[in-house]
Design a protein around this ligand. Structure first.
Ligand code: AMP
Ligand code: TRP
Length: 333
């Protein structure tokens, strides 16, 4: 029986952090046996921020090692590097002809990036969701496991896939959907700085590669306040964020314990942070050790990337050939 297809990717712009892990990679691992999975390293997407060639290469190698260390099995799922599959950029070019300036300019991630890097508002940033659409629909994916921050980009992807099918009056592409287990909400892992999401460039992240000392230091420095002054008070954002992190990494009784103390105004944030740091460390330590050992094995990494590229190209070229026929290329000769 044919398994549904899954595609997802991560940009090689730094060490993977808890947001990447709990928002995406943990689900990649869980899905690999029940779905036909393609997991890639979005190196073309990362060019929008102009990395040096050296940084780009190191970033790609790091994410590849991190995928493997987290438990993605390259014999089961297809792991590949985006730029190894040129068919993707060909489909991107075709899809660009039906992506409109107005809708691209209105995308939140574009507006955010344009604000963050006003001196580098390049066309790649504008058409970021189109390349993402090509990544996904070139494998005719049904599901895309991503964190909450990708919800709008995925909505654009769905729009482009539907538009292509409608324009050429043929159901070439399934319409991909975001995926979470058991219908859970898409996850947004908060940062340690009191507001917003954990992000590589926000300086508020704990990475899988941080050592225990670094993790303790970062967690102990997380933003808190003077503590509740009345019983059962609503938690301010910075405090709620710590509880959200606790919810993700700790046992339910640990969360209930600190919640009870908070509601009785007896909480000591130092104790909560110590517990949070230890629970994060017990998650990340085994992964960190594996990353370190995999990074030493260049031959293995190269073998995984080559095997993945072959499988991904086979799948991608099949779809691209179909698209070219539908569009009218190759039709005369
Ligand atoms: P990026 O690092 O932006 O390439 O993100 C790669 C994946 O991690 C995407 O699926 C994101 O949705 C997910 N992700 C990144 N940050 C977070 C976060 N703070 N919470 C949940 N998911 C996240
Ligand atoms: N845009 C994603 C991010 O920044 C990365 C990405 C690129 C992606 N192409 C994708 C994710 C295709 C899922 C599917 O997090």
């Amino acid at each position: 029986m044919n398994k549904p297809t899954v595609v997802s990717g991560i940009r090689p712009t730094g060490y993977l952090h808890l947001g990447n892990y709990f928002g995406a990679v943990k689900n990649f691992v869980k899905m690999q046996y029940d779905f036909n999975c393609f997991y890639f390293i979005a190196d073309i997407h990362s060019l929008t921020t102009h990395p040096t060639p050296g940084n780009l290469q190191a970033g790609v190698k790091q994410v590849l090692a991190e995928y493997l260390a987290c438990g993605i099995d390259p014999e089961v799922a297809t792991i590949f590097i985006q730029s190894d599959v040129p068919e993707v950029t060909e489909l991107y070019t075709i899809l660009n002809m039906n992506a409109y300036l107005g809708e691209l300019e209105r995308t939140t991630s574009f507006k955010d990036k344009a604000r963050q890097q006003p001196d580098n508002v390049n066309a790649g940033l504008l058409t970021y969701p189109v390349l993402m659409a090509a990544d996904i629909i070139i494998h005719k994916a049904h599901f895309v496991p991503v964190g909450k921050d990708q919800e709008q980009n995925l909505e654009m992807v769905r729009k482009f896939a539907k538009r292509f099918n409608r324009m050429y009056k043929k159901n070439v592409f399934p319409i991909p959907r975001p995926f979470t287990f058991d219908g859970a909400d898409m996850l947004k892992v908060p940062g340690l700085d009191g507001s917003g999401k954990m992000g590589k460039s926000e300086g508020n992240a704990i990475s899988l590669f941080d050592d225990p000392k670094e993790i303790r230091k970062k967690v102990m420095r997380a933003v808190t306040d003077a503590g509740p002054t009345e019983m059962n008070a609503e938690k301010p954002e910075a405090i709620q964020n710590l509880f959200t992190l606790l919810d993700i990494v700790s046992k339910p009784d640990t969360v209930a314990h600190f919640d009870g103390l908070y509601n009785k105004c007896e909480i000591r944030y130092g104790d909560l942070k110590k517990q949070l740091a230890e629970d994060i460390i017990s998650y990340t330590s085994p992964i960190r050790e594996k990353i370190v050992s995999i990074l030493e094995d260049d031959a293995y990494l190269a073998k995984v990337a080559k095997m993945g590229a072959e499988k991904a190209r086979e799948s991608a070229s099949k779809t691209l050939n179909e698209v070219k026929k539908v569009v009218g290329f190759n039709s005369l000769f």
